[in-house]
Design a protein around this ligand. Structure first.
Ligand SMILES: [Zn+2]
Length: 308
């Protein structure tokens, strides 16, 4: 298995001389590519989210916060950036995207997927399948374009049954935490036009050849992760069951967006154990620098060892 990293620059401004190049219009993507057997896996950026430290690190007890952030080299002030790494899997005739990013309506720093795909020479029309980890805005809202049309008209859409049922239940907007009501309304708006064509699956199902769904509930009720290939020749698409390096060091500490913090903590600890034991290469949606790496045991806890 080979992991490589390259930096792609795009835009007609590249045709200009370096001296005339307006830096603000020049965009670059660090693309991490992993080759395993007949599979090519790219970590594709949808941009990033921005949070205040209080939101990002709200689950850390106050008396532990400074020590933990310093130990993990995380900022305690200013803006906390959370990367958005989509998994693109190319195998044979299939081009499979795991999640679709934020689209135009969530945060100005996100929703950059189309430009990132363009840098790889791919258009949304080329995508044959979309497999969702869960229904949060930064994973689902990119389903519709600027004109509310489906962005991936040729793709078969796959979502875990429980997750699909949760976000398409009209009661969810009433039962979800108040600060997430917009998540529920936004998911309903995006899923309703495609509801009839969504293919649902259960944990343990082989969603597509070589891609097995693993139920990882807690972050959302029906959150799913995916084992692609084998630990030696493949990748584990983790979604959001762990979203920061804090979750590796302290699996008991979740994030502000966990639906059921207790269940999320149990899932996180169990999965980190499993991934470390089995030696998977993982791709983490919100993990740093493209999100590809391994889970290493570190005493009672874990650490993220970046690759690529
Ligand atoms: Zn999420």
């Amino acid at each position: 298995m080979l992991v490589s990293r390259r930096f792609i620059l795009t835009g007609s401004s590249l045709l200009l001389s370096a001296a005339a190049l307006p830096l603000t219009t020049r965009r670059g993507w660090a693309i991490t590519t992993l080759t395993a057997g007949d599979m090519q896996i790219d970590s594709v950026s949808d941009g990033h989210l921005e949070f205040t430290p209080d939101f990002a690190f709200g689950a850390i007890p106050a008396d532990e916060r400074d020590e933990l952030l310093a130990r993990l080299d995380l900022p305690s002030q200013g803006v906390v950036e959370s990367p958005l790494n989509l998994t693109l899997l190319r195998q044979g005739d299939r081009m499979i995207l795991f999640d679709v990013g934020s689209g135009p309506d969530f945060m100005p720093t996100a929703g950059k997927l189309v430009e990132a795909l363009e840098a790889l020479g791919i258009t949304p029309d080329d995508v044959t399948d979309v497999i969702f980890t869960h229904g949060h805005p930064d994973h689902l809202w990119g389903l519709l374009d600027d004109f509310d049309e489906p962005l991936f008209p040729g793709a078969a859409l796959h979502m875990g049954r429980e997750e699909f049922d949760y976000w398409t239940d009209p009661a969810t907007v009433e039962t979800i935490r108040e600060d997430q009501q917009s998540f529920a309304a936004g998911a309903m708006r995006r899923l309703t036009p495609v509801a009839d064509s969504i293919r649902t699956f259960e944990g343990g199902d082989e969603v597509l050849p070589g891609i097995t769904a693993v139920a990882t509930p807690g972050h959302t009720p029906g959150h799913m992760s995916f084992a692609v290939g084998t630990p030696g020749q493949g990748i584990f698409v983790i979604g959001d069951f762990v979203t920061t390096t804090i979750g590796f060091a302290r699996p008991d500490l979740g994030t502000s967006t966990d639906h059921d913090p207790e269940q999320a903590a149990t899932t996180r600890a169990d999965m980190l154990h499993r991934l470390a034991d089995e030696g998977w290469t993982i791709l983490g949606y919100h993990l740093p620098n493209g999100g590809i790496g391994r889970v290493q045991a570190d005493g009672e806890a874990f650490r993220f060892h970046q690759e690529g």
